[in-house]
Design a protein around this ligand. Structure first.
Ligand SMILES: Cc1cc2nc3c(=O)[nH]c(=O)nc-3n(C[C@H](O)[C@H](O)[C@H](O)COP(=O)(O)O)c2cc1C
Length: 174
């Protein structure tokens, strides 16, 4: 099966997720084309794809504007293919944050006009050492609000790789 995987990342976790999916599907015998929305100057073609996977992180309550612009331009091609949208956020890491994580995606769908056939909220990661003061404040007081997590300067990964693999496998095999 031919699969197009379109993603964008800011700090690298969604790239890691895209690489994980690409390796897994490649090993299962699929042909997968990975497109970084930040690297392209024109809307990519997904005409040859049987299925589409979209993956993007949330920063300050929304997915990257360039990613949204790309999928908005592709919405007709997306509408005619089974499409799995992976929304990567930290709110998705906590049971009491899931509704907010779903809201980010609902707002993105309204802005872009896309309606993926399947979607999943995927927990991302924290990389305190690479944030500036403003970003650290947002992380501690807005995103992780109420969650006492010991964050050192190294990466702290919340992504559940087994759960992600199960979602992707079910989507591809359906
Ligand atoms: C400045 C900043 C703002 C963020 N805002 C949100 C947010 O509003 N909601 C949320 O759930 N996660 C938020 N996050 C967490 C990111 O979604 C998470 O770190 C994710 O793994 C980033 O993916 P990336 O490494 O692919 O960019 C924020 C992270 C940073 C650094």
């Amino acid at each position: 099966m031919q699969i197009a995987l379109l993603f964008e990342t800011a700090e690298g976790q969604t790239r890691k997720i895209a690489d994980f999916i690409a390796d897994r599907l490649h090993a299962a015998g699929h042909k997968i084309t990975v497109i970084d929305a930040a690297d392209i100057s024109a809307t990519p073609s997904i005409e040859g794809a049987d299925k589409v996977i979209l993956a993007a992180p949330v920063h300050e309550r929304r997915h990257p504007p360039a990613f949204e612009a790309t999928i908005s331009a592709l919405r007709t091609a997306i509408a005619t293919r089974p499409t799995l949208m992976l929304s990567v956020s930290l709110k998705a890491a906590f049971a009491d944050g899931l509704n907010e994580a779903r809201d980010y995606l609902a707002e993105m769908k309204m802005r872009t006009g896309i309606s993926p056939s399947e979607e999943a909220m995927v927990a991302g990661a924290v990389r305190m050492g690479s944030y500036d003061y403003f970003e650290r404040q947002i992380l501690r007081h807005v995103v992780l609000q109420g969650h006492e997590i010991a964050l050192n300067d190294g990466p702290h990964e919340f992504t559940d790789w087994d759960a992600l693999a199960a979602v992707v496998d079910a989507f591809v095999q359906a």
